[in-house]
Write a protein that binds this ligand. Structure first.
Ligand code: MD3
Ligand code: FE
Length: 213
């Protein structure tokens, strides 16, 4: 066996956890992601949105890119400008866009160029209830997620909400790709435990890169 094969058996760069779900552990430099979060929030604040039904969304967030995910009384949608300021969302920095495109290609999704990045911010005690992402136009495109800060348990269900979940621990720097059949699956994040991270304190951030429009 070649030395390279031996090494990749011990520490693969990428692992397909289930059809269409690819995990790259500790793939992205944490400081780079942290700098991007700080750049974005300086341009447009991280805010709590409300559901169309009027409930507060416990995970706060803000967008970068040509299309920003937004929710208020008028519904879930993508907005080209920030309704808070009327200004365009901050641009997705080229370097992180390239990292995402390259990782997607390694998972078999060629020419993935995101036009939207949503930054989720989780505080201790916050969870993300199971949902499907269905506000995007093209479901053949994957979604690429990058985690930063304290760890979380990410849960994937099937095409229905109930049943047994696959639990995926996500740590700072991990990159996760969802495509193919998994793209339409219910998923969520378990309640964040109180933990501490040198860059983010007790917070977890997650960046989801999409082709929304
Ligand atoms: C599986 N965010 O923003 S990222 C979301 O950790 C969201 O903040 C979670 O679910 C988080 O919508 C999970 C990984 C992810 C993103 C999109 C998916 C998994 C997905 C779409 C379909 C299936
Ligand atoms: Fe989601």
């Amino acid at each position: 066996m070649m030395q390279n094969d031996l090494f990749s058996d011990i520490s693969p760069e990428m692992e397909e956890l289930a059809p269409g779900i690819f995990l790259f552990q500790r793939y992205v430099d944490e400081t780079e992601i942290f700098n991007i979060v700080n750049y974005a929030r300086a341009e447009a604040p991280i805010r709590h949105m409300i559901t169309p039904g009027g409930k507060k969304i416990n995970v706060s967030g803000v967008s970068m890119g040509d299309a920003g995910w937004y929710s208020d009384r008028r519904g879930y949608r993508y907005e080209k400008t920030d309704p808070l300021s009327g200004k365009p969302w901050p641009k997705i920095p080229d370097d992180i866009g390239e990292i995402v495109t390259i990782a997607a290609a390694k998972a078999g999704f060629n020419n993935f160029v995101p036009d939207s990045c949503f930054i989720n911010c989780y505080e201790p005690g916050v969870r993300l209830t199971a949902h499907i992402d269905q506000d995007e136009v093209d479901f053949s495109k994957p979604i690429v997620s990058i985690s930063l800060g304290v760890s979380a348990i990410f849960q994937v269900f099937g095409e229905k909400r109930g049943g047994k979940a696959m639990n995926i621990p996500l740590h700072s720097g991990d990159l996760l790709i969802f495509g193919g059949p998994a793209r339409r699956h219910y998923h969520g994040v378990k309640k964040i435990e109180t933990q501490s991270h040198p860059l983010t304190g007790d917070k977890r951030y997650n960046l989801t890169f999409r082709k929304a429009l």
